[in-house]
Every structure is written in structure tokens, then in C-alpha cells.
Design a protein around this ligand. Structure first.
Ligand code: MG
Length: 400
């Protein structure tokens, strides 16, 4: 069957890898629509190569730059979020790949779910903000989320081929533990204070080449906190069934322990094209040009417990998940502001958890599950609160 594919965030790390995978898969996989934001040069190249029916950029300046260079086979949509929602719910789309960064992916994801689409999801922030509600909406509209991020995909792959009673949300009854692996980021082995870390050092990830936001999140371990929340929501797991494991070699991409004591792990060289391709060809597997793992070369695999004192962002994420309500949404939004401020050298690396802690503490405490609207409102509130906190430097008082 021909698969018509929409890619949101086509010029980012997930988007470019997705197009690379699609180009190699042959005629049965076609690009239906593409969206990007600022990288207009690459976006135009992609449009001319893949000839999608629809294209959109969110940034109005980008729109002005490219609007006269679009081939006649492609319709350029207005630079607004509705265009992304429109593309994510196109009746002819068989798969929507969401590789955008941050809460901007929330509304297009909801649009895709309400249209009953299958979504290959790399954009983890919406799953952090309101993952439980999103999974309920998937059930309601018969939509499906296939995780693309390497670790949630690894867990998903370990669960493949199981009988129906093992699918969401019942699968959690059969899992005794999930081992969520983390490379540990660039500072896993660094001694001394992390307060003098520069953006350049934090962007130098030892294993994965990714976008800036997720690379900083990997350095603070916030990324692992987000992934913990994401998999708790995706696979209906309580916190005590998620064991975070620092695994510097990034060969085991995660593992599942079942009630009988059997552990299934998904392994391989770190290459995002594997989980991306699995989501695109699911439930099939197809040949891929990625480097195959040489077990004799890999030889030694190490596993450590995470240090929550040194990497307080992970602790903050788990606490937000435990408290529930809108706190995960506040966590995610504040992290976006904090990472941006760190990249602009307005705050120190160690100020990132301080800012997040300060805003989380001021947030409306509500237990239970946030609705989609509550999550979006909390996101907007947190951004304002975080910017005010940055301006007034109140985060400096946080003891964390
Ligand atoms: Mg990951």
C-alpha cells in the first residue's frame, strides 16, 4: 500500500533523517506535505526534490522569502499554526511525522488525532504536557501514536508482536519494569561544578547529533525526565516501573522486563534512522543503510544509576509527573524558556533547574489529569512567569 506522509519540522534533525529514509524506501512512500520554520534554503531544496502537495512555514519572514520560488505542483499555505493543523489532518495522509520542537507541536498533534491519523511522534513536549489525555483522545478517535524517539521506540519495539491483550492500556499489567537508558550527556563523567559550562560545551553531545533544544535537555538530563513522563503516558506505566539507567555507550536503547523475569532489549548503533524507519514502515521492517552493530567491537556495556543531586532537572521532572495536574505542562514550557536563555548566555547552566523550580513552585497546584485546554493555558502562564522570573532574577534565590 502506498503511504502518503506529512512531515512537520522537515528541516530539523528528525525531518531530514525522515526524508533520507523515505527517499531510500522507494515509490510506495510519498511525501504529501512539509512544514518548516526558519531554514528556508534547505526547505526550498526539499520542496523541489520531494514535490509535496502542500508546504508551510510558521515564520512570516520565511514565508515572504520563499513564496515566489515554490513549484506549481506545491501549494504554499499561510504562515500560521492552522496550516500545520490542516496538513496534519489531510484526508489522504496515512502517516504524520511530527519532528517539531516544543509546545508548538501540540495543536497539530491534536488535529491529527481528531482526524484518526497514525502519528510518528518525535515531538515529546505534548506528551509531557498532557500525555494521558492525548492517549485517551487517541482511543476515542481511533488514532495511533508510534514513538520515534529512540528510547520510547525501543520499548515499543520490545512490545511488538504481542497479542491484543498486551496493547495499550493493558500492556502495563504484563510489564514489571522498563529500563529507560540515557547516554548521560556530555557531563556524565565531568568532575567539579557545572556552573561554568558554556553553551558550546553543552551542545557537544557524545553520542547523538540532534537539535539544540534536545541537546541541552540531554546535558541537564531533563530530556530523560521528559522521556520518563512520555513513556509513563504512552505505555500506561506508574513511576515505580520506570528505571532510568545511565548507559554511556548508547547501544541498548531501552529494555522491558516482563513478569516472568525475561528482559527484552532493543540494541544497535545510535542512528535515528532506525526508529524513524520503523515508525514509517510499521509493522514491517525494511532494509536500511545504517551501520550494523559489531558486538565484538562494542564489547563492554556499562550501566549506572543517575545522580539526581548533580542533575536536578531529572528530579524536577519526576516530581512534576508525580504531582500531576498542570505541573508537567509548566515544567515543559519553563524548560523551553530556560534553555533559550542559557543558549543566549543570559543564565548559567546551573540556573536552568533553578528557574524551573521557581516557576513550578509558583504554579497552580492541581492533582489529577490536565485536559488539553488546561495544559495549553498552563503552558502560556508558565512562559510569562518564567520570563518575569528571568527579568527579576528571582530564580537566583532557589536552593537547588
Ligand atoms: Mg531519546
Amino acid at each position: 500500500m502506498m503511504k502518503q506522509i506529512v512531515i512537520l519540522g522537515s528541516t530539523g534533525s528528525i525531518g531530514t533523517s525522515s526524508l533520507d529514509v523515505i527517499a531510500r524506501l522507494g515509490d510506495n512512500y510519498k511525501v504529501l506535505a512539509l512544514s518548516a520554520n526558519n531554514n528556508t534554503e534547505l526547505f526550498l531544496k526539499q520542496i523541489h526534490t520531494f514535490k509535496p502537495k502542500f508546504a508551510a512555514v510558521l515564520n512570516p519572514a520565511s514565508y515572504e522569502k520563499i513564496k515566489d520560488q515554490i513549484p506549481p505542483c506545491t501549494r504554499l499555505l499561510p504562515p500560521e499554526i492552522d496550516s500545520l493543523c490542516f496538513m496534519a489532518s489531510l484526508p489522504t495522509a496515512n502517516l504524520v511525522i511530527s519532528g517539531v520542537v516544543g509546545a508548538i507541536g501540540f495543536q497539530p498533534l491534536v488535529a491529527a488525532i481528531k482526524a484518526g491519523k497514525t502519528i510518528a511522534l518525535a515531538n515529546k513536549e505534548p506528551m509531557v504536557m498532557a500525555g494521558k489525555t492525548i492517549m485517551k483522545e487517541c482511543d476515542r478517535w481511533e488514532a495511533a501514536i508510534l514513538p520515534v524517539d529512540s528510547e520510547p521506540s525501543a520499548i515499543f519495539q520490545c512490545l511488538a508482536g504481542m497479542a491484543d491483550e498486551y496493547t495499550y492500556p493493558k500492556i502495563s499489567n504484563h510489564i514489571s519494569k522498563v529500563f529507560l537508558t540515557a547516554s548521560g550527556g556530555p557531563f556524565a563523567k565531568r568532575k567539579g561544578s557545572l556552573s561554568t559550562v558554556t553553551p558550546g560545551e553543552a551542545l557537544n553531545h557524545p553520542r547523538w547529533r540532534m537539535g539544540k533544544k534536545i541537546t541541552i535537555d540531554s546535558a541537564t538530563l531533563m530530556n530523560k525526565g521528559f522521556e520518563s513522563i512520555e513513556i509513563m503516558n504512552l505505555f500506561n506505566l506508574p513511576e515505580e516501573k520506570v528505571q532510568i539507567v545511565i548507559h554511556p555507550q548508547s547501544i541498548v536503547h531501552s529494555a522491558v522486563e516482563f513478569h516472568d523475569g525475561a528482559i527484552l532489549a532493543q540494541m544497535g548503533e545510535p542512528d535515528m534512522r532506525v526508529p524513524i524507519q520503523y515508525a514509517i514502515t510499521y509493522p514491517q521492517r525494511k532494509p536500511s543503510p545504517v551501520q550494523k552493530l559489531n558486538l565484538f567491537q562494542a564489547a563492554k556495556l556499562e550501566f549506572f544509576e543517575p545522580d539526581l543531586t548533580r542533575f536536578p532537572c531529572l528530579d524536577l521532572a519526576l516530581a512534576a509527573a508525580r504531582n500531576g495536574g498542570v505541573l508537567p505542562a509548566v515544567l515543559s514550557a519553563t524548560d523551553e524558556i530556560a534553555v533559550d536563555a542559557f543558549l543566549k548566555e543570559e543564565i548559567k547552566f546551573t540556573d536552568i533547574p533553578k528557574l524551573i523550580y521557581t516557576v513550578l513552585k509558583a504554579a497552580p497546584q492541581r492533582s489529577g489529569i490536565a485536559t488539553l485546554n488546561q495544559a495549553l493555558e498552563a503552558d502560556a502562564w508558565a512562559r510569562e512567569a518564567a520570563l518575569a522570573c528571568l527579568k527579576e532574577k528571582t530564580y537566583k534565590k532557589a536552593f537547588i
